[in-house]
Ligand binder design. Structure first.
Ligand code: 13P
Ligand code: SF4
Length: 399
């Protein structure tokens, strides 16, 4: 199984220098992500890895359930019992009370959510603790508490409903639950914002604090719900008062946290222009974590599940430039040989933290489980989990 990109499937795509692909090899214990794998990993070159993963899975049988996010490597996704976007995987984790072990091939915040949604006798395992998310790291619990103090001082906290993207730590999901808010993913952000605005009354309208992805918040509010750009302000946690005046906060309808995805943030309007020149008749399809300008320049916008179903339904012979993580785009190119599928950017770029989960880490975790050791267990502290669960269940119940 190869982990190198099929550049022939991406006309005009150049390989990124190796150093970039190695980003994330080091770990940062102070961030949302964890530390390096504590055990002895099998060598990546070991030719028996696939057979070892199969044998370990077979030995565990129904005791283990492997979840795989769409951005995972091919070498890992082949062992997933279910693949999905973050919403579907949260639903699937909640729907498997019989599985003793949930091995989460995704990133840390997804594994935390799975722990919150599963029972106390179920263990959620993240094969590499360093698989975090740089966007989730852009909103720490202390910063969000400080922001709430700023909103309280401005006299608006009682009108604000927090809507937190799934890509946030369990502590922030707990904050959201405690303040009567909901979680959302890229596939239900409009429904979540609609719900949040419905919590207000004509005389007491709601404002939304959307965190941590300003782009998903802006794209949903403006593109999907018809709000104006001027209705949104950006709260910068690194500036006193978020860099906003009390008047700006009081006038805003949506307060966007200044966070973004470093992968989707790479796509530019120039990438869109360029691909339209390179690939005749191309349809540009992007994830809503892209900037508002890119989303406006694209033809279609949606979550990873939406991207997959759009390609499934597309006419043979049609051409698509996809603005999302490269592992998914490569798989779409392979599974749709009757269509032209290219990566929106000219430079190859994976999500380095998603890519931390590789076959050696998966084999190591499964074999540890076979030996009776639960490695890299993700456990959310009970009080945080209680409130995070309230916010997650609100999301799962959205109409
Ligand atoms: P989805 O909600 O589409 O799964 O996306 C998760 C993610 O991390 C996107 O960068
Ligand atoms: Fe986080 Fe972006 Fe990677 Fe998604 S693609 S896990 S938002 S860094």
């Amino acid at each position: 199984m190869t982990t190198t990109p099929d550049l022939d499937l991406m006309p005009g795509v150049e390989a990124t220098p190796l150093a970039l692909l190695l980003l994330g090899r080091q770990s940062d214990p102070s961030s949302e992500r964890g530390v390096d794998c504590p055990g002895d990993l099998p060598a990546a070159s070991d030719p028996t890895l696939v057979a070892r993963a199969r044998a370990a899975k077979a030995a565990l049988g129904d005791r283990v359930f492997v979840l795989g996010h769409h951005y995972q490597r091919d070498e890992v996704i082949q062992f997933a019992d279910v693949t999905g976007d973050s919403f579907k995987l949260a639903q699937q984790a909640a729907a498997r009370p019989e599985a003793e072990f949930i091995v989460f091939c995704g990133v840390h915040f997804m594994a935390e959510s799975a722990d919150v949604l599963t029972g106390p006798d179920q263990a959620v395992v993240l094969p590499d603790l360093a698989a975090g998310c740089s966007m989730a790291d852009m909103a720490t619990f202390d910063q969000v508490e400080q922001c709430w103090d700023v909103l309280t001082a401005a006299g608006i906290a009682d009108t604000v409903v927090p809507v937190s993207y799934m890509n946030s730590s369990a502590a922030i999901k707990g904050f959201t639950g405690r303040h009567g808010g909901t979680i959302c993913t890229s596939s239900n952000a409009k429904r979540a914002l609609t719900w949040a605005f419905e919590q207000g009354t004509a005389g007491h309208p709601t404002k939304v604090l959307f965190l941590p992805d300003q782009h998903l918040g802006r794209n949903t509010a403006v593109r999907e719900m018809g709000l104006l750009l001027e209705d949104c302000v950006v709260y910068d946690p690194h500036k006193p008062g978020g860099g906003l005046t009390v008047e700006q906060l009081r006038a805003a309808t949506v307060i966007l946290w200044k966070g973004h995805c470093s992968v989707h943030g790479r796509f530019t309007v120039d990438s869109v222009r360029d691909v339209r020149g390179r690939v005749p008749g191309v349809n540009v399809l992007v994830h809503p974590e892209c900037t508002h300008d890119v989303v406006r320049a694209a033809d279609l916008v949606g979550s990873t599940e939406f991207i997959i179903s759009t390609l499934d339904a597309a006419e043979p012979g049609s051409a698509w430039a996809i603005g999302t993580e490269l592992n998914l785009v490569r798989r779409l190119a392979k599974s749709h040989p009757d269509k032209t599928v290219v990566f929106l950017d000219k430079t190859v770029c994976f999500c380095s933290t998603m890519n931390r989960i590789d076959l050696p880490h998966l084999v190591w975790s499964l074999e540890q489980l076979v030996e009776g050791v639960v490695p890299n267990r993700i456990e959310v502290e009970p009080e945080t989990a209680r409130w995070a669960k309230a916010a997650l269940e609100r999301m799962l119940a959205l109409p």
